[in-house]
Design a protein. Sequence first.
Length: 764
Amino acid sequence: MRPRCLLLLVLLLLGQPWALAQNFDFKPPATVSDPATPAVMRDLAERILPVYQEENPERYLANLSALQLVAGNYTAAYASRQSLRDRRRNADAGRVGRGLILDMYTHARAIEATNRVPFAQAFTTAYKDVIPKLGDLDAYTVTGWLATPLATFRDPLQRLFDQRRPKGNIELPEALQLVQDYVQYEAYRSFGSIVGALDNEDDQRRYEDQDDILIKTRGGIGISARLVRPRTSGKPLPALLEYTTYLTPGYIREVAAHGYVGVLAYARGTGKSTGAAVPFQREGEDLRAVINWIAMQPWSDGRVGMYGSTYSGFTPWAAAKRLPPALKAIAVTSPTAPGIDMPDDGGVFRNFAYRWSLYVMNAIDDKAYDDEAAWRTLDQKWYASGKPYREFASFYGKPDFLFLRWLNHPSYDRFWQTLIPYGREFAKINIPVLTITGYYAASEAGALYYFDEHHRNNPHADHTLLIGPYDDGATVGGVQSALRGYQVDAAAQVDLRELRYEWFDHVLKGAPAPALLQGRVNYEVMGANEWRHAQSIEAMGAGTLKFYLDATAVNASHRLAQHIAAVKTKPSAVKGKTKVEAPPAFVSQEVSLADRTDATTWAPQVDIVSHNVEVRNATAYVSDPLPKPLELQGQWSGRFDLTINKVDVDLRIAAYELLPNGDYFQLFEPYTLRASYAKDRLHRRLLKAGERQVLAFKIERLTSRKLQAGSRIVLILGVNKRPDEEINYGTGGDVSNESLESAGKAPVRIRWYNDSYIDMPVQR
C-alpha cells in the first residue's frame, strides 16, 4: 500500500477529518478596520468551506454558519443558524444565550440579501421579530449584550491579526477561531449604531420611568429619586432601593427587569437633592422618609428591600438603626462602616478619606478626584515635611471641616455610634440580611463588623455572609477572572448581582433559597476551587495552628515556628559541669520615623500574586516547607510579647503563601492596627514604654486558602509608616497633632519576643 494511502486510512480509522491537517495561506491586513479586511476574510472562508468537516453537529453548524456569513452566503448561513438553534432548544431549557445575537444578525443579513433593503431596516425587522417576544429579564439580558462596546471584539481580533501576519499561513483550528471572532466584530460594527434607539423603544413599552421625583423629609429637605417599574404588572410590587451619594444611573432598570420596582435616591447635595452634602450624618433620617414614601405609593405592596456597595451599602444600616416597618430585607456588598473602616482602618486614618470627603461634598470634580498623580504628590509633600496630620489639607489648599471633624474622633465614640446601629440596637434588627465581601475588599472590616455585631447582639439574626476572592467592586463591575495578578478559581466566578436577586426572590417572593447560600457563612476556598459553608466564622476552621515568632535568623528573615525554640546546652570548660546557653529570645527591630528619603520612591504593592514582597520597616518570618497541603480558614488572631520605647505604635501585618516556584500569594488584604486600640475601639490603652508587655489582637480580615505541599507561610510584621496614611509618633497624645518636630528623632525600637504567636484557623 502506498504511504499516502496508508496515512489516509489511519486518519479515517482514528476518526480525524483530513481537513484538520491543512494549512491555509493567510496574510491579514495591518488593521482590522482596513478596507481590504472583508475581502481577505472572505477569501479565507471560501477556501475553508469545501474542506471543512466536524463530527460534533453543534460545533459544525456554528462554524459552518460563521464561514457562510464571512463568505457572503447569508441565506445559507441563516438556515445553518436555525438548525443550530433547533438542536440547542432542549439543552437551553428556555434560557437565552449569546447565540441569539448572531441569530438576529444572520437573519438581518439574510433579509438584506433577499429583500434588497438597507441593513439598518433589515436589522430592525430581525430585532422586532425576537426582542418584544422575550420576557423582561431575558430582554434586559440580551439588550445588555447588544450594548457591548465594539472594542471588546476589535482588540482581540487585532491581536490575532498581528500574531498571524509574520507567519503567512494559518492552521484550520486557528482559522475557524479567527472567523468566529471576525463575525462577532463585524456583527457589532454593523448594528452598533442602530440598537440604542431600538432598545429605548422596547424599554418604553415595558417600563414606566420617572426621574423627576422629589421626596420631602420632616426637616423640609428634598431627596431626589428616580424609579423604574414594569408596565405589565397588574398588582403592587415590592421595591428595591439604592440610596447613594454618587450621581450614578444605578441598576433600577435591571431591578425592574427582575420584577420589582427599582428606586434610586440621591443623598443631600447630590444631583437635584437639596441641602448640604454631609456624608454619613443625615442618611438615616432621610432614608426613613424615602422608605415611608415608597410604602405609601399605589404601585407598592408596602415592602422595601435595600441594596448597595461600600457607601450605598452603609445607608441601609443607617436606616435600620431605627428600623422602618416597610424595610424588609438588606443585601449589601462590602458596606462601609463609619468609624470602623472609613475614614480609618484599624484606627489609622487614610489620606484617601480627605480626597473622598472633598468629592462627595462637591468641593472637587471628577477630574480632580481621579488625578492619581496629583494625590500621590500631595501624599509625598506632607510625608516629607514631617508636619502634623491635621495640616494635611493645607498642602492641597482646600480646608475640610468634615475631615477635621473626623480627626477629632479617633476612638469609636458617640459621634460614630449615632450613625449606624450600636450594641443592643442590632438586637432589634430582625429582618433578613445578606452581606457579600471579599478577601481583598477595602471595606471588608466594615462587612465583618456588621455581621459580627448583628449575631453577637441577636443570636437568632437572619444574617448571611458570602465571601470569596473579591474586591469592593465584585457586584458593581462583576467578578473578574483575573484580580490583581491572581487567576480567580472558576468556582468563585459567580454572578453576584444575579445571586442577590435570587436572594431577594427568596425573601420577598417565596422562591427557593440560592443553593450557594447553604450556611450562615459561605466562603470560597482559594486553591481548592470549591465553596464551603459554616454556621459561623469560628466554625470555618476545625482547629488552629500557632506559629511563633522564632528569633532564629534564616538569611534575611526569621523563623515562623510551630514550637518555641527549646533552651540549648553545651559542655562547660569546667570538667563535670554543663553551661546553659539560651538562644536569642527576641528579634530587635528599629524604624526611623525621621527618615523620609523614600517619599518619592515608595509605592504600595497591590498584586495578590507577585515575585517578591515588600519588607519595609518590617521583619519577615518564614515557616518551614509544609509537608502536606494545608487549608487556612477564617479569622486570624494572636498575641505579641514585646518591649517598645514608645507608648503607642501603628503595626502592619501581612501574610503570604510562598509557593514552591518562588511566587508569593497574598492571603488577605494587609491589616493595619493601632496598638492602643487593639483591645477595643472605644478606649485608648497606651503601651508602657520600656516594659515587656503582651498585646492581644484579632485581625479584621478573613481568608480561606488551600496551601500547597512544599509552600511556606510568610508573615510580614512591622511599623506602619507610609506617605498615604497617618503616622503615629508614639507620644501618647492626639496622633493627628503629632509631628516629627514634637516627637523628636528617636527611632521606634521594638523587641519581639519568641513566645509571640499568630493563631491561624485551619481545616484539619
